[in-house]
Design a protein around this ligand. Structure first.
Ligand SMILES: [Fe+2]
Length: 378
């Protein structure tokens, strides 16, 4: 039997969530609950010390608080500013990369310029990706320096492609080719009218038919570059093909699609979903991955599985819901544990290193949809 009856009486109306910290943060009673004798009987069966909890109730019209000591509250730590487990791209490289992408997409860029600019940029990207630790991930949100989608998207896909190629164990030359193909994959969009390219709503069938030509335009443009490896060109030509044969422009399937294109297909969709556009917010990484999991038959399954370990699912200072029903801020990542970061509950003051604590797991990002689905109150 514990001391619950010293602090709660039948008829009390709970004014703030009552949470115990022992052995870990658990929500005992929600705000608004009316305490009953039956509830008190149940709570007496646990080894909880109610003196250590913040209890505020409305008792017969008066607010009564237990003036809890707060011995278990840790000093609120500051989240890390930068994620040391993420591949670190210098501000210069990020800005130079976007400028280079602009040059590639400029009207009248010569094939020579396209070849040399994209080759240089892909070298810089692959060098950075390769010099990072084996467990380093890409935090796509940290990479972005502009809202100009076409340019940023080209850089993002180049970086993600290099990272996935590295994790697949490809050699330096092929990693660089994957990056270059990623940078150039949408270059054919230069020839798609802007009103179709930037249309916020759904494209008509005719508009979509024109849009679907951009991989063909890209291949045409790149095929004039003799010194460029054919795999780089095929990446651009086939990045909308799907393993299940339902892609375009040729409806290729399985191994008919070049490996670089199979990489780009994953990087392209992930980046498009997580990017902010004039007509939509960018999705969180976790949500994008959830949606992509439902499109699995279009992707190379092995590549997709490896990709999940290439990216930061829960960026630092994002909020997640855990299996204990509480919301936590992501404070730090532990190398090798991308889905088990160090998390912090701002209400209870509890900090948990999920790489060590296996009793709690992340359920998903803290968003309205998850809260509604599992009936969790904000
Ligand atoms: Fe595309």
């Amino acid at each position: 039997m514990n001391n619950v009856r010293q602090y709660l009486k039948a008829g009390d109306i709970v004014q703030a969530d009552i949470i115990t910290h022992n052995p870990h943060a658990t929500l005992l009673l929600r705000k608004g609950t009316t305490v009953t004798d039956h509830l008190l009987d149940s709570l007496e069966n646990f080894d909880y010390d109610f003196e250590r909890m913040n209890i505020v109730v409305n008792r017969n019209g008066s607010i009564v608080a237990n003036k809890a000591k707060e011995p278990v509250k840790e000093t609120p730590p500051e989240p890390e500013k930068k994620d040391p487990t993420a591949v670190s791209f210098s501000e210069k490289l990020k800005n130079d990369a976007v400028l280079a992408a602009k040059q590639l997409f400029a009207e009248g860029a010569s094939t020579k310029e396209i070849s040399s600019t994209s080759a240089e940029l892909s070298q810089d990207i692959s060098n950075t990706v390769l010099s990072a630790g084996v467990n380093a991930n890409i935090c796509i949100q940290d990479l972005r320096v502009t809202d100009e989608y076409t340019y940023q998207h080209s850089v993002d896909v180049g970086v993600l492609a290099a990272q996935l190629a590295k994790r697949l164990g490809w050699n330096r030359e092929r990693i660089s080719m994957a990056a270059q193909s990623g940078i150039l994959h949408d270059i054919g969009k230069k020839h798609v009218p802007l009103e179709i390219l930037n249309k916020p709503g759904r494209l008509t069938d005719d508009e979509f038919a024109i849009m679907k030509l951009h991989p063909v335009y890209a291949y045409k443009e790149l095929s004039g570059i003799r010194e460029m490896a054919n795999e780089i060109k095929l990446g651009a030509f086939e990045h909308h093909e799907k393993i299940n044969g339902k892609g375009y422009p040729r409806g290729l399937s399985g191994n008919q699609i070049s490996e670089i294109a199979q990489i780009l297909a994953i990087a392209d969709v992930y980046d498009a979903l997580t990017s902010k556009r004039a007509y939509k917010d960018g999705m969180s990484s976790a949500r994008a991955v959830g949606i992509m999991s439902e499109m699995m038959d279009g992707f190379n399954t092995k590549f997709f599985t490896v990709f999940l370990n290439c990216i930061t699912l829960y960026p630092i200072v994002s909020h997640v819901i855990c299996t204990d029903g509480l919301s936590y801020r992501v404070d730090r990542h532990t190398p090798g544990y991308p889905s088990r970061p160090v998390i912090f509950n701002e209400f209870t003051g509890r900090r948990i290193d999920l790489s060590e604590n296996r009793e709690i797991s992340i359920f998903g990002e803290d968003c309205e949809e998850i809260r509604e689905k599992f009936n969790l109150r904000k």
